[in-house]
Design a protein around this ligand. Structure first.
Ligand SMILES: [Zn+2]
Ligand SMILES: [Zn+2]
Length: 170
């Protein structure tokens, strides 16, 4: 996605009005790595400029994507996400927090696919589902907290098992 000043010029050249609301959205989307939904962008924009409408957010995002400045992506979470990175890239999707990160996959354009049966491929979308580092660390911390409890119960049963045969032997 182009820088806000260039977008302003491009919109004006296409006969579109550039309001302060639209310029705010250009700034918020430029180099935005969060892959926001229209609703989440609307909520951030409202903090900067109370009174901005969700309709303006939708219209601006639609205009930007029809100009080829934004990519629309669907990561299976329901709402469309908007991506200012229009390079050929793919996404890591965290199944815990819903975070989406860019990832570059070498050779993704030359994937060896069987049974295309003459189907002509335009684009390839790869989603890697899993856990992001903060979510994975949180899960590891909670599992190490639970581990000592398991060890205590194990040592209790093993000590009973070792004392019982000795009692029988004596
Ligand atoms: Zn996460
Ligand atoms: Zn992306």
């Amino acid at each position: 996605m182009k820088a806000p000043a260039e977008l302003t010029a491009k919109f004006r050249a296409s006969g579109l009005k550039v309001t302060p609301q639209r310029q705010l959205l250009f700034r918020l989307m430029h180099e935005n790595k969060g892959h926001p939904t229209a609703e989440s962008l609307f909520s951030v924009a409202s903090d900067h400029m109370p009174g901005i409408s969700l309709r303006t957010v939708y219209q601006t995002l639609t205009d930007l994507s029809s100009m080829g400045e934004l990519r629309l992506i669907d990561v299976g979470s329901g709402a469309t996400r908007f991506d200012p990175n229009i390079d050929d890239h793919h996404h890591l999707v965290c199944q815990s927090c819903g975070g989406v990160r860019d990832v570059y996959v070498s050779g993704s354009g030359q994937l060896d696919v069987n049974e295309l049966d003459g189907f002509s491929v335009d684009t390839t979308t790869i989603l890697f589902h899993g856990l992001c580092t903060p979510c994975r660390v949180t899960q590891e911390v909670s599992s190490t907290v639970a581990e000592p409890l398991v060890r205590i119960s194990k040592s209790n049963t093993s000590s009973k098992n070792t004392t019982n045969p000795k009692e029988r032997m004596s």
